[in-house]
Design a protein around this ligand. Structure first.
Ligand code: ASP
Length: 430
């Protein structure tokens, strides 16, 4: 029976059992056993996904761009993708700002806890602060400089430098489009074949997903189990972020999908749920890319010509969940420190959160350093970060799920506008 069960159910069961295992194991004192014998399987699953991420980005972008056949089409799709990514991110940030202004979670934060948290997390902060300072000392154009690799092998060797791999892949693809067909046909076939192979590898790895997420979640629950007090003190902040992120997943994207793509919310969420679950378990949208691509192509029927191009770029620059969370976190910290933010400062948060989400790598905790930059931009004390670090991981899990949902939505909208989505299929449930 297990064999016949659709993957989506298997992953869901894996997640639930993983959480139950974590809770029971902690209660029975099996923490060591879980961390030594179960968690490593989760790490293996994560590594498998990361293993295919860079080859996938490179190969899918090159074959995606090479299939576009003309530069005008490429720039049209590129422009649509960028505009949609920016607009959805701006909506997500505004949403976070409105929500946090209404709920005001910082006003309920106990005064005595403030110092305690700062002391507890100060050591973690120093290192991050240093990185953020280095970032700020760089020229305003450093994001452009950082995008251009000086050595493609080095760039491909570092999962946080995916934008550099994308840069090279885009020019590789453009080179192929500009050359006469007979000169590049062999390379094109080679890349198309390579693309198929990578997709097959992803299929194989996904068979391991239910066990991988089980192990990841079991390990995470053990890692968090000592922090119940933290969750209590930060309760309202935590809930505000969770509500904001869930509303994006449940209302914002399904509405966009219904209006612009004509896909029902139920079908959309069912299609994208496996990617959301893997994103939730891994906290890395880059590691989830193989699954996102698989779901978007096989379930939402987006043509690979679009998904090959839109998704890898989204993983690195489009992070709606991250930006919504950054806005809430910044205002929360301001409230705790008794800083009244003016409308102008809110606008600055909007803009820096947009840039910060573009600059954050799709890895666990990738946006923390960037949040320091958002805080500094409106003069908020960076120590504030120490208040929220303790509960960051679960929020990271959820915002990563939002990030991949945003990428999938934009890929579907761009595909629809280009007539490259086959969403007419009626599924039995509908
Ligand atoms: N973990 C997030 C991602 O991979 C980035 C972040 O918000 O820290 O999308």
């Amino acid at each position: 029976m297990w064999k016949k069960l659709p993957l989506i159910w298997k992953i869901l069961i894996g997640m639930l059992l993983g959480m139950v295992w974590g809770i029971v194991a902690h209660a029975l004192g099996w923490d060591e056993f879980t961390l030594n014998w179960i968690k490593p399987w989760g790490v293996i699953f994560l590594n498998l996904l990361k293993l295919v991420a860079v080859p996938l980005i490179f190969v899918s972008l090159v074959s995606g761009i090479a299939s576009l056949t003309n530069i005008t089409k490429l720039s049209r799709i590129g422009l649509k993708t960028l505009v949609l990514y920016i607009l959805t991110t701006l909506v997500a940030i505004s949403f976070g700002l409105i929500l946090v202004s209404v709920v005001k979670p910082g006003n309920t934060f106990p005064e005595e806890k403030k110092l305690e948290f700062q002391q507890k997390f100060a050591p973690h902060l120093e290192e991050k602060q240093k990185v953020a300072e280095q970032e700020q000392e760089k020229s305003p154009l450093h994001f452009l400089v950082d995008m251009v690799p000086e050595n493609i092998v080095k760039a491909a060797g570092d999962n946080s430098k995916m934008l550099q791999v994308i840069f090279f892949a885009i020019f590789f693809g453009i080179g192929m489009v500009l050359l006469p067909e007979e000169k590049v046909s062999v390379v094109k076939k080679f890349f198309d074949g390579l693309n198929e192979i990578i997709l097959k590898i992803i299929d194989i790895f996904m068979g391991f997903a239910p066990y991988g997420v089980f192990a990841l979640l079991a390990g995470l629950i053990i890692d968090f189990s000592g922090d119940v007090a933290l969750f209590k003190a930060l309760g309202l902040y935590f809930i505000t972020v969770v509500v904001g992120l869930l509303l994006l997943i449940i209302f914002f994207y399904p509405t966009l999908m219904k209006v612009f793509v004509g896909v029902s919310p139920f079908r959309f969420l069912r299609a994208i749920l496996p990617a959301q679950m893997v994103a939730f378990s891994t906290s890395s949208s880059a590691a989830t890319l193989p699954v996102t691509k698989r779901q978007v192509e096989t379930e939402l029927k987006v043509h690979p010509e679009i998904s090959n191009f839109v998704l890898p770029i989204g993983v690195t620059i489009n992070m709606d969940g991250t930006s919504c969370y950054q806005a809430i976190a910044a205002v929360f910290i301001a409230e705790v420190f008794g800083v009244d933010l003016s409308f102008g400062q809110m606008l600055i948060i909007l803009l820096t959160a947009l840039l910060a989400s573009i600059g954050s790598p799709g890895v666990p905790g990738g946006s923390i350093v960037m949040l320091i930059i958002v805080l500094s931009s409106v003069g908020l004390p960076v120590e504030g970060l120490a208040l929220i670090l303790g509960v960051d991981r679960p929020l990271d899990m959820l915002r990563t799920a939002v990030n991949v949902t945003g990428d999938s939505t934009v890929a579907s909208i761009v595909a629809k506008s280009e007539g490259l989505i086959n969403n007419l299929e009626v599924t039995p449930e509908e």
